[in-house]
Design a protein around this ligand. Structure first.
Ligand code: ADE
Length: 223
């Protein structure tokens, strides 16, 4: 998979993409990352990428030309082009699974008050990572990259994500490791029993209990 980020702040990506599993996926040749600063495509004397809104109002609006020209410099024939904005389709595990099979993904990251409406015509999808407003799309695109890349075969062990919260439609069951008792808090006996059927049943019950308590909406949606 090739992932491209159109951004005014390529330096924001450095730490995230060169650490941990995202780095390993790149080292293994499974995924490539490329940032493109669309200020390089500003084509005006002051490298201006934003301008005042027609009709007046507060804030600046991202101009269409630098974004279109930066995108065209990639010469991609087919790609999912994701425009990051709070009014987009909510990102979730199912959407991450869908995107994990793409060959090319382009993130368009806005800043300032908003996008010139014509930029939306470049996008195949408009995406939001939650009902809050960030200062720009970069952090959202990094969170999405993390969720997508870990699902590509070969990046992490398949068992690690098959039982993930959300991928089963439920939250994950509790986990324990050694020691058996810590500050009076004990590992449930069933996990020490060696009875795999019972352990499986306990995990399913705990998963259901936790989902009912914390995210009853997931159960409703499942029905
Ligand atoms: N840009 C600003 N806020 C955002 C959000 N919640 N999701 C995606 N992109 C954004």
């Amino acid at each position: 998979m090739n992932i491209f980020y159109l951004t005014l702040f390529p330096e924001m990506y450095e730490g995230i993409l060169s650490s941990s599993i995202l780095k390993r996926a790149n080292d293994k040749g499974i995924v490539s990352y490329k940032t493109i600063n669309f200020r390089d495509y500003a084509n005006n004397k002051h490298n201006q990428v934003d301008d005042y809104p027609y009709g007046g109002g507060a804030g600046m609006v991202l101009k269409p030309e630098p974004v279109y020209e930066a995108f065209e410099s990639l010469h991609l024939e087919n790609a999912r082009v994701l425009l990051m904005c709070p009014s987009g389709r909510p990102f979730d595990q199912q959407f991450a699974e869908e995107l994990s099979t793409e060959e090319n993904i382009v993130f368009i990251n806005g800043h300032y008050e908003g996008y010139d409406e014509r930029i939306r015509n470049l996008a195949t999808d408009e995406v939001s990572i939650g009902d809050y407003v960030l200062t720009g799309g970069e952090i959202a695109s990094m969170a999405m990259t993390d969720a997508i890349v870990r699902l590509i075969p070969g990046v992490i062990q398949q068992e690690s994500y098959e039982n993930d919260s959300f991928s089963t439609g439920m939250l994950e069951h509790p986990h324990y490791t050694r020691p058996r008792e810590y500050r009076g808090m004990k590992v449930p006996d069933v996990l020490l029993s060696g009875d795999h059927k019972k352990i499986e049943e306990w995990r399913e019950e705990e998963s259901l209990k936790r989902t009912k308590e914390r995210r009853p909406d997931l159960i409703k949606n499942k029905k």
